[in-house]
Design a protein around this ligand. Structure first.
Ligand SMILES: Cc1ncc(COP(=O)(O)O)c(C=O)c1O
Length: 317
C-alpha cells in the first residue's frame, strides 16, 4: 500500500527560488533542531486527461492552514499567500508535470542543533516546496483492518493537533507501529477523554442509521480539508445527512460504515475495528458514493466548485 512513488522531482522551490532538487542540501548539524516545530502541508494536484490540465486541489485552503500553523508556532514567514500560490504553480510547471502530483510545502527554523530549545519568535526560517508524482490509494478493495490504539491522541493544550507540525506525527507513529506489530493495518486514536479522534494521517468518518458522523474539529483532529470537502459534497451532491459530534469508541463497533479521509489517503474504507467487521466487511454504499464524488470533483470531471481547483497549465498568475 504505497502512497509515495520512488520518483524524484527535477526541481524544488527553496526560499523564493526554483533550484535543482539535488542542490537543496543542508548541514547535518541542523537536522535535529529543524523538525521540532517544523510545519508542513500535504496538497495534491490531479491531472485531467480530457482537458489536458493539472488542477491543484484546494490550494487556498491548504495555504491558509499552513500560514495559520506558522502563526501558532510564531515563526517568521517572508511570503504572502499569493506568493506561495504562485510558487506552487511555477514549481509544477518547472517540473513539467502532466500527471498526479503530491506537493509538500514545509518551513523550519534555521539554526544548529545546539539551539534546539531556543524559542525566539520570528526567527529566520527556511521555506521549501517539494513535489513528487503520487500513487493513488483509490483501490476500494483495500479496506483496512484497524484497532483502537492504547496511545492517547495529543490534545490542544499539549501538542495541538490543529497545527500541522512534524512533531505531532510522533504520536501517530507510535500508534501506527503498535497497530502493525499487533497485526492490524492502522490505528484509530482516542483523545484524553476517550472520544474518537482520527488516524495518524487522516480523519475518520462513520455511518450510523444512514447518517454520516464526523468527530468535530474540537475532538483532537487536524482541521482536514478533505473532511470539509466531503461534508460539502454530502450536503450538495449526495444529499446524505451528516452530524458533527463527539463519537464513543463503541460506536465504531456498531457503525454501518467507517472510513478514513485525507489528501494523501483520499477515501479509505475500514473493514474491521478491533476484529469486529464493519457492516459486511466490504466498503459500503456511502463510502463508495463519497469516493466517486470526490474523484470527480478533484479532477474537474465534476465542474462544480471551480474555486477548489487551481489550473496549472492555463494559470494566468
Ligand atoms: C493527522 C491528520 N489528520 C487528518 C489529515 C487529513 O487532512 P487533509 O484532508 O487536509 O489532508 C491529515 C493529512 O494530512 C493528517 O495528517
Amino acid at each position: 500500500m504505497a502512497i509515495y512513488t520512488e520518483e524524484l522531482a527535477d526541481f524544488i522551490w527553496r526560499n523564493g527560488q526554483i533550484i535543482p532538487w539535488a542542490e537543496a542540501t543542508i548541514h547535518v548539524n541542523a537536522v535535529g533542531h529543524a523538525s521540532v516545530a517544523g510545519i508542513f502541508e500535504g496538497i495534491k494536484a490531479y491531472w485531467n486527461e480530457e482537458q489536458e490540465e493539472l488542477y491543484v486541489f484546494r490550494l487556498e485552503e491548504h495555504l491558509e492552514r499552513f500560514l495559520n500553523s506558522i502563526r501558532m508556532v510564531r515563526y517568521g514567514c517572508a511570503y504572502s499567500p499569493e506568493e506561495l500560490h504562485r510558487a506552487v504553480v511555477e514549481l509544477l510547471k518547472a517540473n513539467r508535470y502532466r500527471r498526479g502530483v503530491y506537493i509538500r510545502p514545509y518551513i523550519f527554523q534555521k539554526g544548529l542543533v545546539r539551539e534546539l530549545l531556543q524559542a525566539e519568535p520570528g526567527k529566520a526560517t527556511e521555506l521549501i516546496i517539494d513535489s513528487w508524482p503520487f500513487a493513488s490509494y483509490r483501490d476500494m478493495s483495500q479496506a483496512l483492518h484497524v484497532c483502537v490504539s492504547s496511545w492517547t491522541r495529543i490534545s490542544d493544550n499539549v501538542m495541538p493537533p490543529r497545527l500541522k507540525c512534524f512533531s505531532n506525527y510522533h504520536n501517530g507513529r507510535l500508534a501506527a507501529m503498535d497497530a502493525v506489530v499487533a497485526g492490524y493495518d492502522w490505528p484509530i486514536m482516542l483523545d484524553d477523554r476517550g472520544k474518537v479522534t482520527e488516524g495518524p494521517g487522516a480523519c475518520l468518518l462513520l455511518v450510523r442509521g444512514g447518517t454520516v458522523i464526523a468527530p468535530p474539529v474540537t475532538s483532537a483532529i487536524l482541521e482536514s480539508v478533505t473532511r470539509d470537502t466531503i461534508l460539502t459534497l454530502l450536503e450538495e451532491t449526495l444529499e446524505i445527512p451528516f452530524e458533527q459530534r463527539e463519537v464513543d469508541r463503541t460506536e465504531l463497533y456498531v457503525a454501518e460504515e467507517v472510513f478514513f479521509v485525507g489528501t494523501g489517503w483520499e477515501i479509505m474504507p475500514v473493514a474491521s475495528v478491533d476484529r469486529l467487521p464493519v457492516g459486511d466487511g466490504k466498503p459500503g454504499p456511502v463510502t463508495l458514493g463519497i469516493a466517486e464524488a470526490y474523484r470527480k470533483v478533484v479532477s474537474g470531471q465534476d465542474e462544480r466548485h471551480p474555486e477548489w481547483r487551481t489550473p496549472v497549465w492555463s494559470a494566468e498568475r
